[in-house]
Design a protein around this ligand. Structure first.
Ligand SMILES: [Zn+2]
Ligand SMILES: [Zn+2]
Length: 458
């Protein structure tokens, strides 16, 4: 059994988050996407925590279901959708901003709590230490990452920290602007409790495989979504080692998977990735000066902006090169559904697959500039009649997608599966832009028309 999880996202109580991010909507979109297990997010926020407590009930140790599930399922025609969940568990992001040895660090850390009562203790302890939890769903704490871990473990030794989006320049462990060069530098004697790191949108697992100190640590992916549509744009997929019921699973099993515990019930099967080029900090550059450098450009031209003469914001690719201790060990392999997987040559790491969110795929296929009503109507039609988003993108036969959504959408999904797309890389806070050229494919196919009179030979 596979479990698609989104470990890190935000509620409407975090800054710059859609007001629609409430538990019921998160459940509905989770169902459409095909997420089985979803973070409640932002549990340190007092009002949001009240909502969590009143709207969820525990079904497994640390695993919760939404109380109105049956009613919501009925209202949204989910009653006949066979797949599980989404169920909820407790994790939240905390921004640690502090100076250490004369340098200011801004590190985002994901805190995972074994259950609601421990989450309540975390909130009480942080408040009693004078931290302000009401200003933001992702609170800012003036505590070092190491001291925060120390405090959390004194509350309950089952709590874990996963450093978030570890490569972004401004708010992360390896960040070029405000981070460290290693997990040890950041967490000191507590680095032994760092079992996993989050890739973030701008890096792929294969970049992280090159970092020596991550060799025995898990690489996880999550959406960090600020709106419903962006949920699970990245995800971590677990599989059960033994056949078992979902209700038997618990928080403990997720942590065992991060620890790569061979006796645990769960292990990480693969991750689902956003194309890192699409992320906001893939290349090195200056957004306002209109400068974007690839690693090759940086080698030739350096890291000083030719426009404003200040240092460029060093992107994830260059930062990985600075810290990498080994070569890229990835290789590509196509499966029976035409999906190209990225695998580790050495066979040590879970594989991953890169996707473009289905709304974007449809938008590109029908050639419009924004997610219009036309796009969402096709999206809902596909989800209602075929399968949740992940299954559509990775498994559903293209001929079925063509029947429901037309040839262009089917071609666009095929191209995403084959990694056949162009992306203008993001830099210095500017998202990258995807281009799925359906028309080229169409022209090519029309030329080959005689080859297959019946259709497109998917
Ligand atoms: Zn963050
Ligand atoms: Zn500049």
């Amino acid at each position: 059994m596979e479990l698609v999880t989104d470990l890190h996202l935000h509620s409407r109580f975090s800054r710059a988050v859609s007001q629609k991010m409430n538990l019921v909507n998160m459940y509905i979109y989770g169902k459409k996407k095909g997420i089985n297990l979803l973070s409640v997010a932002d549990f340190t926020h007092p009002i949001w925590f009240k909502e969590i407590k009143s709207q969820l009930e525990e079904v497994g140790s640390g695993i919760y279901k939404i109380k109105d599930k049956e009613k919501i399922d009925q209202e949204n025609n989910f009653a006949n959708k066979p797949y599980l969940g989404p169920y909820f568990f407790l994790s939240t992001e905390i921004a640690c901003i502090y100076s250490e040895n004369g340098k200011v660090h801004k590190i985002h850390n994901l805190i995972m709590s074994p259950d609601l009562s421990v989450a309540e203790k975390i909130n009480k302890t942080l408040s009693s230490q004078g931290f302000n939890l009401t200003a933001d769903g992702r609170p800012i704490l003036g505590a070092t990452s190491r001291n925060l871990y120390d405090l959390l473990l004194s509350i309950d030794d089952r709590i874990i920290i996963i450093p978030c989006h570890v490569w972004t320049p401004w708010f992360s462990l390896y960040g070029s602007k405000s981070g460290y060069d290693s997990v040890d530098d950041c967490f000191g004697d507590y680095s032994k409790y760092i079992y996993a790191i989050e890739t973030g949108l701008s890096s792929d697992p294969n970049m992280n495989w090159r970092i020596k100190e991550l060799k025995d640590r898990s690489i996880v992916s999550s959406s960090d979504a600020h709106s419903l549509e962006k949920m699970a744009r990245e995800a971590t997929v677990f599989k059960t080692r033994l056949p078992g019921k979902f209700s038997d699973l618990s928080y403990k099993d997720m942590v065992a998977a991060f620890k790569k515990d061979k006796n645990g019930k769960l292990e990480i099967a693969y991750t689902i990735e956003f194309y890192p080029e699409e992320g906001k900090y893939h290349y090195t550059g200056h957004r306002l000066c209109g400068i974007s450098y690839s690693p090759e450009d940086v080698k030739i031209k350096g890291k000083i902006c030719p426009v404003c003469k200040r240092e460029l914001t060093v992107g994830v690719m260059d930062r990985v090169e600075e810290l990498a201790g080994g070569p890229d060990t990835s290789l590509f392999e196509k499966d029976e559904n035409g999906v190209v997987w990225v695998k580790d040559k050495q066979g040590i790491r879970p594989s991953y697959v890169s996707i473009v969110p289905l709304l974007e795929v449809i938008r590109e296929a029908i050639g419009v500039n924004s997610i219009s009503d036309k796009v969402t109507i096709i999206y809902d039609k596909l989800i209602d009649s075929l399968a949740p988003e992940f299954e559509l993108l990775l498994k559903t036969p293209l001929s079925e997608i063509e029947k429901v959504a037309g040839r262009e959408v089917a071609i666009a999904v095929k191209k995403v599966r084959e990694r056949d797309l162009k992306i203008e890389p993001g830099f210095d806070g500017e998202f990258g832009k995807v281009d799925i050229d359906v028309k080229i494919e169409e022209a090519k196919k029309i030329k080959d028309e005689t080859r297959d009179q019946m259709g497109f030979g998917f």
